[in-house]
Design a binder for this molecule. Structure first.
Ligand code: SF4
Length: 190
């Protein structure tokens, strides 16, 4: 049977209207129907993943072709986001290994320097540890002005991000409190 453009628009409009009505009555059935007749997945090497940006834990599908990420979209089967994604999650492809703008090396610009220098990770981690230790030791307070034992440093702050999971937050709070850091925050609270 041949469909004219007008017939096609009428039929598909009626179908979409039915799905929206169904969605208003029962979102679970609407989701199943939409998924069956309007498949969102692309038929190339796909793996499911969790959005790395925040603890909502939305599910996404990553599609690869010849070892390169070619598409990332919301997973309609995921119970949290059901195929949706906020602007941040929807731009996740920027994180993919084949994004030419993604930094893959340590870049360091010394104080007063105008140019970035390439460094290796051993140098960077050692330097970070040394500067934290030096800053903490130079600014450590054992007793406050009233003589109370406080063992703290106010020269270092730690700001966590929602990409951190529970275990990482736990380890960071243990590490920073052991150093005497009192300014310990998380961006979700700011
Ligand atoms: S950043 Fe957006 S898409 Fe990612 S988990 Fe959070 S709400 Fe979901």
């Amino acid at each position: 049977m041949e469909l004219s453009r007008r017939d096609f628009l009428k039929t598909s409009g009626a179908a979409m209207g039915g799905i929206f009505m169904l969605g208003a009555l029962n979102p679970d059935i609407a989701h199943a129907v939409t998924h069956k007749f309007l498949p969102l997945k692309k038929k190339i090497g796909e793996k499911t993943t969790i959005c790395p940006y925040d603890a909502s834990g939305c599910g996404f599908i990553v599609a690869t072709e010849n070892g390169r990420v070619v598409n990332i979209e919301g997973d309609p089967d995921h119970p949290i986001n059901r195929g949706g994604g906020c602007a941040k999650g929807a731009s996740m492809r920027q994180l993919s290994a084949n994004n030419p703008w993604r930094l893959s090396k340590v870049l360091y610009r010394p104080p007063g320097g105008l140019n970035w220098e390439e460094k290796d990770w051993d140098w960077a981690l050692t330097e970070i540890a040394r500067r934290i230790k030096d800053t903490r030791d130079a600014n450590f307070t054992e007793l406050d002005s009233k003589g109370n034992l406080v063992n703290r440093t106010e020269a270092i702050a730690n700001l966590g991000g929602s990409a951190l999971d529970n275990e990482e937050c736990y380890l960071l709070s243990k590490l920073t409190r052991a150093l005497g850091v009192v300014y310990l925050e998380h961006h979700a609270r700011i």
